[in-house]
Design a protein around this ligand. Structure first.
Ligand code: AKG
Ligand code: FE2
Length: 285
């Protein structure tokens, strides 16, 4: 008889026995995740959350969503300033409107399913192993560590590369239509920007490079977003699309800059002002 831990209330531990480090099923899940991550930069652990918790997962997201900070930002795929001098035909000159909104960590109640997962040591160890890392850490940032990403009808999260190496996310409420996660596996590499391929995707001529994920609520997605261009396609219908972003780093103590924090959340907290004074290389962006 194996003792039931707090994870058993949330995670389908029959399929994903996170806490049983010697379990063959766990080793198989980790091996598959690693293989898919190394091949395509993406893996989905489907049905990660227990079916009987999916409605709570959705409803908790819906309750938090009104706290999202809404702005429409003009962006390019590379997170470069829009006045960055670039060659005439560089895809970084193509500008999109980013219309997603983030609910900050301090608006996600303690005890919410995503908060319990994000802070759980066995979950963190498991995710680290899937990424082939020795350890990972929660952000020290009081706003950015755990977020709910809200894409309202009419909005999209346009094509981009992530600044962070790896991303852990989970759909909590799908759009009625649209809102599909689309990505271009390894369209660039550390020593190859491949602007022609990126331009093709950004201008609608790169269909052959695009994969689409059929995510369901409660699936756990692990993604290497620095090399795979990706977006959430425009959302339509009556419902917002909600996804939880579990942000971790490979070292402890990371906190965002005040400027970037204000851009994403519309406010900063004391920690951001203080860290501006003592900034070393603990940059989030
Ligand atoms: O919400 C999602 O599924 C993707 C979000 C994303 O790409 C990001 O936050 O960088
Ligand atoms: Fe992203």
């Amino acid at each position: 008889m194996v003792a039931l831990g707090v994870l058993d209330e949330i995670v389908d531990t029959a399929r994903y026995p996170l806490a049983e480090r010697a379990a063959a099923a766990r080793a198989a899940v980790v091996a598959l995740a690693r293989a898919e991550l190394s091949e395509t930069g993406c893996t989905v652990l489907s049905g990660f959350i227990r079916p009987d918790r999916l409605e709570a997962l959705r409803a908790q997201g819906e309750r938090a969503a009104p706290h999202a900070y809404y702005t429409v930002e003009r962006v390019n795929a590379y997170n470069l300033p829009l006045d960055e001098p670039l060659p005439e035909d560089h895809p970084g000159r193509i500008v999109f409107e980013r219309g997603n909104a983030f609910v900050a960590r301090d608006r996600i109640p303690e005890g919410a399913l995503i908060e319990r997962l994000y802070t759980d040591a066995a979950f963190q160890r498991f995710v680290a192993e899937c990424f082939g890392m020795d350890e990972l850490h929660e952000y020290a940032d009081p706003l950015a560590g755990l977020c709910l990403n809200v894409v309202a009808p009419g909005m999209a999260h346009p094509w981009h590369f992530d600044t962070n190496e790896f991303t852990v996310s989970m759909l909590t409420q799908p759009a009625e239509s649209g809102g599909i996660f689309e990505y271009c596996p390894n369209i660039r590499a550390p020593r190859a920007e491949r602007p022609d391929a990126v331009r093709a995707v950004l201008t609608g001529a790169g269909e052959h490079l695009i994969k689409r994920l059929e995510l369901r609520p409660g699936d756990l997605q692990l993604f290497l977003g620095r090399y795979s261009l990706h977006r959430v396609s425009p959302v339509s219908g009556a419902r917002q699309r909600h996804s939880a972003i579990f942000a971790y780093t490979d070292r402890p103590g990371v906190i965002g800059t005040a400027a970037r924090t204000r851009q994403l959340f519309g406010r900063v907290r004391a920690e951001h002002r203080e860290s501006a004074a003592i900034r070393g290389d603990r940059l989030l962006d």
